[in-house]
Write a protein that binds this ligand. Structure first.
Ligand code: ATP
Ligand code: MG
Length: 398
């Protein structure tokens, strides 16, 4: 019979890789808690309207990447493509704004986007993200960027660059769009088909296009940062000054507009040259209007999300916690030894000491082979002689 395969772009994480994943997950949780963020667990699927309204209809995610399907009654549902929309929905639904602000959340889990699968780009992938609700103070922006930077540095990821930009207020963007559009119209023939289409619906996205022709064409485009209001300019300068004070290096990138519509003011991305084409490890920014857009009160917020597959691809292989091995291999043989071995295994485990055995092995030789394969630190030999004497033989396998 034909075997059934996993869906394209949806990967199994096998036991050899799970220690690596636990290591990453433990690190991100530890860092988030250290900065005062608390875990929230939001659903895997939501009403489609939530993502359409928050992420924006003229974005790659909503236009072509969402897994959307009708529920049995016909209601349109979507597998979450990101975590901010659900977190904000929960924040509003549970009336969290009535509790003292600021409130800081983190989440961790699978996201779903219909993309062309390749290294570092999957259809089911994992994100860790944080959201800080309740203040537009630039120190909140600095805090989330610092958390992101310290965390990735702690994981010893190589060659990281923090790119940062300001998207200004919505008024700044409204004033800037015709300026950009005038420029784009002059260079329309150089743009890709996608950009020619979206320059009228969402001209900022053209700056973000990865097609080399579009990047070259928009090289000398007018910069949003040259058209910021004094409010946005001051905010941005304070964020940059804070990063400088913390010793976090950054590169200004006036083209960094991000693929989601809800961002304003600070926008940032961390990239690495080690990731090839999929060079973004994580990204985020401020989204002061989103809570209100989703039907809540006007509450400013800032956050980021990182892709854990890309973190895993970059994680150095050195840490000992990336291994999975048991401490003891119990080699029990002979009639009495085998009976006692069963009890010994149970006692070790109850004492919190990891232990394993191969129940198929009946000879010392077979056990030795298995002990070696198991990569346990110690082997315990327990045959009939030992059982009679009430002793064991302990061997350090290293
Ligand atoms: P990209 O430019 O790589 O498509 P994005 O702008 O769509 O990224 P975000 O929505 O900001 O990404 O998500 C934050 C992070 O999540 C990314 O920096 C990346 O590490 C990760 N990510 C996004 N999409 C995928 C995917 N399909 N597979 C694996 N990781 C992903
Ligand atoms: Mg994308």
């Amino acid at each position: 019979m034909d075997s059934i395969k996993a869906i394209k772009g949806v990967k199994d994480i096998l036991p050899e890789e799970t220690p690596r994943w636990r290591f990453i997950e433990d690190a991100v949780k530890r860092w988030a808690l250290c900065y005062g963020y608390q875990e929230i667990r939001i659903p895997i699927f939501e009403f489609t309207a939530l993502f359409a309204r928050s992420i924006g209809s003229a974005t790659d995610i909503v236009e072509k990447e969402m897994y959307t399907f009708p529920d049995r009654d016909g209601t349109s549902l979507t597998l979450r493509p990101e975590g901010t929309a659900g977190t904000v929905r929960a924040f509003i639904e549970h009336n969290r704004a009535a509790d003292p602000l600021p409130q800081k959340y983190f989440y961790l889990g699978p996201m779903f986007r219909h993309e062309r699968p390749q290294a570092g780009r999957l259809r089911q992938f994992h994100q860790f993200g944080v959201e800080s609700f309740g203040t537009s103070d630039p120190r909140a922006d600095i805090e989330v960027i610092a958390l992101l930077w310290r965390l990735l540095s702690d994981l010893a990821l190589p060659d990281l660059t923090l790119e940062i930009n300001s998207l200004g207020t919505s008024g700044d963007r409204t004033a800037y769009k015709p300026i950009l559009l005038a420029f784009l119209s002059q260079h329309k023939s150089l743009l890709c088909e996608n950009c020619r289409r979206r320059m009228n619906t969402n001209p900022l996205r053209v700056l973000d296009c990865k097609v080399p022709g579009c990047q070259a064409a928009t090289e000398s485009a007018p910069k949003l940062t040259d058209h910021l209001s004094s409010e946005a300019r001051t905010h941005f300068d304070q964020v940059l000054a804070g990063l400088l004070a913390l010793g976090i290096p950054y590169t200004l990138n006036p083209r960094l507009v991000r693929g989601l519509d809800y961002y304003c003011f600070t926008s940032f991305e961390i990239t690495s040259t080690h990731l090839g084409a999929q060079n973004a490890v994580g990204a985020g920014g401020r989204y002061d209007g989103l809570v209100e857009t989703l039907g809540g009160p006007s509450i400013p917020a800032v956050g980021f999300a990182i892709g854990l597959e890309r973190v895993s691809l970059m994680l150095p292989n050195t840490s000992s916690s990336l291994r999975n091995n048991c401490l003891y291999y119990v080699a029990a043989f002979g009639e009495k030894g085998t009976a006692l071995g069963l009890v010994l295994l149970d006692e070790l485990r109850r004492a919190g000491l990891s232990a394993q055995s191969d129940y198929r092995a009946t000879t010392l030789k077979a056990h030795l082979r298995q002990a070696d394969r198991s990569k346990c630190r110690y082997a315990i030999f327990l045959g009939d002689d030992e059982a009679v004497r009430g002793s064991i033989i302990l061997r350090d396998l290293e």
